[in-house]
Design a binder for this molecule. Structure first.
Ligand code: PEP
Ligand code: MG
Length: 759
């Protein structure tokens, strides 16, 4: 560490240098290292700051003045902060550091205009951005101004808020450092955003939006941008839409930005040439390949040179940031429900009251129905969005829409009555709002300052596995593109219900082989997408009412409450033929060499069911001791008896909270009348989960979650704190779950280290 020079150029920086250059510097270095045209930059390293403190003799002075500070005493805190800041600002920067900064600045270009940004680091937490004030100075020109800005960034480490925060978090001031990024400021002549793959379908179609001036105009929705679609498979621009661009955002002298009118001749002119679109799409692909997931990229062009200003994983439109159309004052909300699958889409309403009418559904329509069922999946694939009267976050429409990447709103109560066929509406599947008319969505990114580069999120490695749920094999590629650590739940009933014939139909009609093949082939698609990673396939769990509409379903019993009825492992054990067909498909897959295939029994209520199921598999020739066999914890009984299940030989257990909540609280999960009471964080539910996790930990048995609650970052945080081994979430939730898991793990380590230090 001592040998780190005062200056590191972007090209020299690697992820591992984060301790010297902070998060911002490291992410810029990472982007540059993969060949993206990032605006030129160098970093004044954390070690340069240390040398400054030592050589000027400030280290002792500052630290002793902060040592016995009572940070709750505002006056004393402000005084100490001012004193420390002044010491840093007034000290003469050692000549060697100053010369290095000046030399590097000269190397960047003559009197280049730069942005100077601080980036705090700490020995035990390299990217300690929160531990220091994030000071930024834009439009800096000339050596003297640059040197003084660097010193101002250093001084910002001793802002009152930063000192207070560090004291409260138990940060040792001795270990906190600060790096300073000096970067060419890009005053884009044209700029915009790019989704490296289609943000909803995940198809290899790069979508680029661009307009004149700074990218802020596009990001903030101030202007309707041009839109370009680049097909990565055909390597060609397939769609160009030229908008009328009346205004642009440009730099306002040295002070921020202003909105200006676009000259008449440029208003309807095409912003990007085909060659520029292709080049941008290529950069997008590089970023996507490197980070392993589709990226949301900001770009700018100056004097014919394309710059990549920011790259981060595509996220859904965030509620908290107030993004999406809910902000649009002139947009009229005509209906509300539960946002079940994120995304925004406009289209014409088509109301489907009977599944036999789905033939009328056209590409791009908005499907409105009481509730979807497996027969509707082909139509669901075509539509731009889905709205249902009934259902909650775990109903058929919600699960399938999320996997198809189609925006969906469920539980609106009366969409089928309130909306009219042919009516044009816009659906916000995140917020659960339906708007009148066609409203263009805003991109999800936040407006950056001119030339700003925001940290790229490198692939996050977590000790807790973050897996993904899959229900339809065609979602396997999208699921794998998230970089998930495996599949924590593959529901086969969607696959089987999609066949439109019950397993008993295949048995009665001597068509067993067909059924086995369908099952084998469907599961194989998912296994192929996750080579070497665990894929837990759940045995059939379809309630009788879902079977009734299928061929062979005529004899399904009419149950008073199918949710509590003949489903899950209890039905398989009583219908050995149906179970046998599934086992046969699994056996063939193991024989094909898919050792990563694990089998999970749903709706178990007693260890005896697991024992009998396992014995039936053994009797069918499965090497049951050497394959991963586990259970879902969906019934309070199985949570309470987890130790007995472990003694019975389960290799893993996974919380099916969708059912666990409904059976613990007596709340029908699909009934919108009691949806308000459906509470994943109910103390009784949490107690069941907590206790079961502790038992699994004691026996070293993998404990996971695959219910919808695992897709909520707050719940994921709670689960990691309570010792869960893995979390399996919906495809769209993986980035935010991974982030929540990583943060929680870091915090736990940090707190443990602090406790140890204090002892
Ligand atoms: C659950 O109950 O949480 C679960 C994942 O299973 P399903 O939603 O298919 O009932
Ligand atoms: Mg369930």
């Amino acid at each position: 560490m001592k040998d780190v020079p005062n200056i590191l150029w972007l090209e020299e920086i690697r992820k591992e240098d984060i301790i010297s250059v902070g998060g911002k510097g490291a992410s810029l270095g990472e982007m540059a290292s993969i060949g993206l045209p990032v605006p030129r930059a160098f970093v004044v390293t954390a070690q340069a700051f240390r040398r400054f403190l030592v050589e000027t003799g400030l280290e002792k002075k500052i630290f002793s003045s902060l040592e016995n500070l009572d940070v709750e005493d505002n006056v004393a805190l402000e005084k100490a902060a001012d004193n420390a800041k002044n010491l840093v600002l007034k000290a003469k920067m050692p000549a060697a550091i100053r010369d290095d900064i000046k030399k590097s600045y000269k190397k960047m270009g003559d009197e280049l205009i730069v942005a100077v940004r601080s980036s705090a680091t700490a020995e035990d937490l390299p990217d300690a951005s929160f531990a220091g004030q994030q000071e930024t100075f834009l439009n800096i020109k000339g050596e003297a101004a640059l040197v003084s800005s660097v010193q101002k960034c250093w001084a910002s480490l001793y802002g009152a808020r930063a000192i207070y925060y560090r004291a409260k978090q138990g940060f040792d001031d001795h270990t906190v450092n600060i790096a300073v990024v000096v970067q060419q400021l890009v005053h884009s002549e044209k700029a915009g955003v790019m989704f490296t793959s289609h943000p909803i379908t995940g198809e290899p179609e790069t979508i680029i939006e661009g307009s004149w001036g700074l990218g802020e105009a596009v990001v903030s929705g101030t202007v309707s941008p041009d839109k370009y679609v680049f097909d990565q498979r055909k390597e060609t621009v397939t769609d160009t839409y030229i908008a009328n661009k009346k205004v642009e955002i440009i730099a306002d002298g040295d002070h921020g930005t202003k909105i200006a009118e676009v000259s008449k001749d440029r208003q309807d002119a095409q912003v990007l040439s085909d060659a520029e679109v292709a080049k941008l799409a290529m950069y997008g692909k590089i970023a996507e390949n490197h980070y392993g997931v589709p990226q949301d990229v900001e770009w700018g062009v100056v004097a014919g040179t394309i710059y990549i200003l920011q790259s981060r994983p595509i996220t859904t439109i965030g509620k908290k940031e107030g993004k999406g159309m809910s902000q649009k004052s002139d947009a009229k909300v005509i209906l509300k429900g539960q946002g079940a699958a994120p995304g925004i889409a406009s289209g014409k309403v088509i109301i489907i009251r009977d599944v036999k009418d789905t033939g009328a559904v056209k590409e791009g329509d908005i499907l409105v129905t009481r509730m979807t069922n497996p027969d509707m999946v082909p139509a669901m694939r075509k539509v731009a969005a889905i709205i249902t009267d009934e259902g909650g976050m775990t109903c058929h429409a919600a699960i399938v829409s999320r996997e198809l990447g189609t925006p969906a709103i469920v539980g609106t109560r009366n969409a089928t009555n309130q909306l009219k066929n042919g009516q044009v509406i816009t659906v916000d599947g995140e917020m659960g709002f339906v708007y009148e008319g066609e409203i263009a969505p805003k991109p999800s990114a936040q407006a950056p300052a001119a030339g700003q580069v925001v940290a790229v999120s490198a692939p996050i490695i977590t000790a807790t596995s973050v897996k993904v749920n899959v229900s339809i094999p065609e979602a396997a590629a999208r699921a794998a593109a998230t970089g998930a650590d495996g599949v924590g739940l593959l529901r086969i009933e969607h696959l089987i219900l999609g066949l439109n014939k019950t397993p008993s139909w295949y048995i009665v009609n001597n068509r067993e082989e067909e059924f086995i093949k369908e099952l084998h082939d469907g599961i194989k698609i998912v296994l192929d997408a996750f080579p070497g990673k665990p894929v837990w396939v759940r045995t059939l769990d379809a309630p009788t009412d879902e079977f009734r509409n299928m061929a062979g379903g005529e004899n399904e019993p009419h149950e008073h409450n199918p949710m509590l009825g003949w489903r899950g492992i209890r039905r398989d054990l009583q219908s050995p033929d149906q179970f046998r067909l599934q086992i046969e498909a699994f056996k063939r897959l193991w024989k094909d060499g898919y050792e990563n295939l694990g089998i999970m029994f749903p709706m178990v209520s007693h260890p005896e069911e697991f024992i009998v199921g396992k014995e039936m598999m053994r009797a069918s020739g499965v090497d049951v001791e050497n394959v991963a066999l586990g259970i879902m914890i969906e019934i309070p009984a199985s949570a309470l008896m987890i130790e007995d299940f472990i003694r019975a030989g389960i290799k893993f257990a996974s919380f099916g909270t969708n059912d666990l909540i409904q059976y613990t609280l007596a709340i029908d999960r699909n009934n919108e009348n009691v949806a308000d009471m459906y509470n994943p964080k109910h103390p009784a539910v949490l107690t069941l989960i907590h206790n079961a996790i502790q038992v699994c930990r004691a026996y070293n048995v993998e404990c996971s979650i695959c219910g919808q609650a695992g897709s909520d970052p707050k719940m994921a945080t709670w689960l990691v704190e309570h010792g869960i081994t893995s979390i399996s979430a919906n495809i769209d939730a993986i980035p935010k779950i991974r982030e929540a898991v990583a943060k929680t793990e870091k915090r736990i380590i940090l707190e443990a280290a602090r406790t140890k230090d204090a002892e």
